[in-house]
Design a protein around this ligand. Structure first.
Ligand code: AMP
Length: 280
């Protein structure tokens, strides 16, 4: 039976019980509106740990002033039912005041890795993510925490902050779960109209075609402009970036060499979709 707690003290009482029984703990942080991508993280956590805790918190600090915090889909009852079905033991669903009490004044900033890709278009985003993930890790003190490769830059930022701050947790990256047409599952896909949803399938298609061209040894500078114009032709209004980067540094590279990955962020109307694909 899935238990729900909303206070850090209650979360800590549960984790103390788990640890007293020598049970390993896996943590799956989410913003809810769960889909099979999230559930795959939970299933991976179940395989590796005796107890699994999911968290549900729509973190205002990672949304910009003109972004979709208010509109972000929320359905805690449906999320809890899904988590229970995959065998999650505990849901930590704190309110805003529990996470950010009055006079909350601390933030965690990760340099370098956040100065590219999504960090340029969404300057507030990684500070918000780093702050909330640091809090969740310190609140739950899990053995392992699970994050999706769908948000690959976020995964690398979290790996770096955990290393830099000596937080004793293993970060586990989970491959991207996709719809049958290849579109990466995302809570934000719910914003798309049926016509926009059909258009969106061009994103993974063009990403994979471009990866094939880069794998063949063609320089990024000759391949990426054509790929961007194919995205525009397919109905994407704005391409924030389409970049070939080193997986570790996230810096752009001219020619694919391991470990390289192609990253994309593009808008259909107001909906921003991101994806990435390994090149080597
Ligand atoms: P979110 O609720 O969007 O903040 O995502 C919570 C976690 O689920 C993050 O670690 C995401 O990277 C991961 N995630 C989201 N979508 C997918 C997906 N399609 N495949 C794998 N992991 C995902």
């Amino acid at each position: 039976m899935l238990e729900v707690v909303r206070k850090v003290a209650d979360l800590r009482a549960k984790t103390a019980q788990y640890r007293a029984g020598h049970a390993s703990i896996g943590l799956v942080p989410t913003m809810g509106a769960l889909h099979d991508g999230h559930l795959t993280l939970a299933r991976s956590a179940k395989l590796d740990n005796a107890r699994v805790i999911a968290t549900l918190f729509v973190n205002p600090k990672q949304f910009g002033p003109r972004e979709d915090f208010a509109a972000y889909p929320r359905d805690e009852a449906a999320d809890a039912a899904m988590l229970e079905r995959v065998g999650v033991d505990l849901l930590f669903a704190p309110g805003l005041e529990e996470m950010y009490p009055e006079n909350f004044s601390t933030s965690v900033a990760v340099g370098g890795l956040t100065q590219t890709l999504c960090g340029l278009a969404r300057p507030h985003f990684f500070g918000g993510v780093a702050t909330v993930v640091t809090k969740l890790l310190l609140q739950a003190m899990p053995d392992r925490a699970y994050f999706g490769e769908k948000d690959f830059q976020q995964l690398q930022v979290i790996r770096r902050l955990v290393r830099d701050l000596n937080i004793p947790v293993a970060i586990v990256g989970v491959p991207t779960i996709r719809e049958s047409d290849g579109l990466a599952m995302s809570s934000r896909n719910a914003y798309l109209s049926p016509a926009q949803r059909r258009m969106a399938s061009a994103l993974p298609q063009i990403l994979q075609e471009t990866v094939a061209e880069l794998r063949a040894g063609n320089p990024a500078a000759t391949i990426l402009p054509g790929a961007k114009s194919r995205l525009h032709k397919a109905g994407f209004d704005r391409v924030d970036y389409l970049e070939l980067c080193d997986e570790q540094t996230l810096q752009p590279i001219a020619i694919a060499r391991p470990p390289a990955r192609l990253f994309v962020a593009a808008f259909i109307d107001k909906t921003r979709l991101i994806d990435n694909w390994p090149v080597i």
